[in-house]
Design a protein around this ligand. Structure first.
Ligand code: SF4
Ligand code: SF4
Length: 358
């Protein structure tokens, strides 16, 4: 009498990531006809195992595609291939944003090397990323990554994505301890990195390897208030119970930022704020009449050019870099601009609104 088979073996990570994709709203099918694709109608196609390299895993490929969805936003679920053009270089910067986000999210769990992408194109960029994948705010793909990382904290990605990463790290910790026969390629499972220690504020821990002396004391988000050093990220509305009080000697968290530089930012003059009021008595009215216009509902304001102040120069993307910003009427700028303080709460809010700060 033959035995009846009631269960089947499933690769643990495949089970974790297929479940993650399903919870986020995606059905995964395998096909020899595609490497990785989505149809915009809820199906993700991933190549069959025989078409994959030895260091490919279904888990990493699903994770990478989910990072594309994070980078492209909710609407991308309704577009084939997340709305990306895979034939030309048009969306190369979006791939870069995806990889930056993938590195940060995987790094939180010690999985950055384990969950490295594997195609030559992706790997070349990945291998050049610094320890902190968000350090280069002058590359437009960094703002995409910041937006992606924020999205990961909300549905449909949360909590499924974080739980899948957590489970992956647990499996990797258990499997990595087992040896593989000598003479074969080392196992991917040996690439688990130590997990960064939690930050005392409850904010995500500092990026592994990006030590370079980063402390809360020299972070742009630190402020001295009520007789103590405080963190405006940990104090932020919507994060009740977080201890905003900090010790300046603490190692910086994932959101650490160095001293700010207006010429690489321009946030307050861009879409972060919709209008700059001008008083009728402001010298700018006479000195720069071409930039001052009547405001709907009365009063005056600076003229807009698209979603930014018409007097803001710079900010074009040239050779993959955002050029430096500058005010073309700086010496005559109105009082509202003069009173806007670098490093103030409004300044940091503006940076978050344009995606320059987490
Ligand atoms: S945002 Fe800055 S001040 Fe706040 S916890 Fe992180 S490193 Fe410290
Ligand atoms: S938002 Fe802050 S850092 Fe950015 S340009 Fe304005 S004042 Fe400068």
């Amino acid at each position: 009498m033959s035995r009846s088979i009631t269960h089947r073996y499933v690769d643990p990570l495949a089970q974790i990531w297929l479940d993650c994709a399903a919870r986020i709203g995606l059905r995964v099918v395998r096909s020899p006809d595609a490497y990785a694709a989505t149809d915009g109608a809820g199906t993700m196609t991933i190549a069959t195992d025989d078409a994959l390299d030895a260091d490919d895993s279904l888990a990493q490929m699903i994770f990478h595609e989910l990072c594309h969805s994070l980078t492209q936003g909710e609407d991308a679920f309704r577009q084939p291939d997340w709305g990306l053009d895979n034939e030309t270089d048009r969306d190369a910067w979006r791939e870069h944003g995806c990889l930056r986000a993938q590195a940060v999210l995987a790094g939180r769990y010690g999985l950055r090397r384990f969950f490295a992408p594997t195609t030559d194109y992706r790997a070349a960029f990945w291998d050049r990323l610094p320890a902190d994948p968000l350090a280069d705010r002058g590359d437009p793909s960094t703002a995409l990554a910041i937006a992606a990382i924020r999205r990961a904290a909300r549905p449909p990605w949360a909590p499924a994505l974080e739980e899948a990463l957590e489970r992956t790290a647990a499996v990797a910790a258990a499997v990595g301890a087992a040896r593989v026969p000598a003479g074969e390629l080392p196992s991917l499972w040996t690439l688990l990195d130590p997990r960064p220690a939690p930050h005392p504020t409850g904010l995500p821990a500092g990026v592994p390897g990006a030590d370079d002396g980063r402390t809360c004391g020299d972070c742009a988000w630190r402020v001295d208030a009520r007789g103590a050093a405080r963190c405006r990220q940990a104090d932020a509305p919507g994060t009740p119970g977080r201890p905003g009080k900090i010790d300046p000697a603490w190692r910086g968290c994932e959101r650490w930022e160095p001293a700010l530089d207006c010429q690489t930012c321009g946030a307050c003059c861009r879409e972060a704020y919709h209008a700059v009021e001008v008083s009728p008595r402001d010298p700018a009215v006479k000195a720069q009449p071409g930039y001052v216009v009547a405001r709907d509902g009365g009063g005056l304001e600076l003229r807009r050019a698209g979603d930014r102040c018409a007097a803001l120069g710079g900010g074009e993307v040239v050779d993959g870099r955002v050029t430096r910003y500058g005010c073309v009427i700086y010496d005559d700028r109105p009082r509202t601009c003069r009173d806007f303080t670098l490093g103030s709460d409004h300044c940091l809010t503006a940076r978050r609104r344009v995606g320059l700060s987490l």
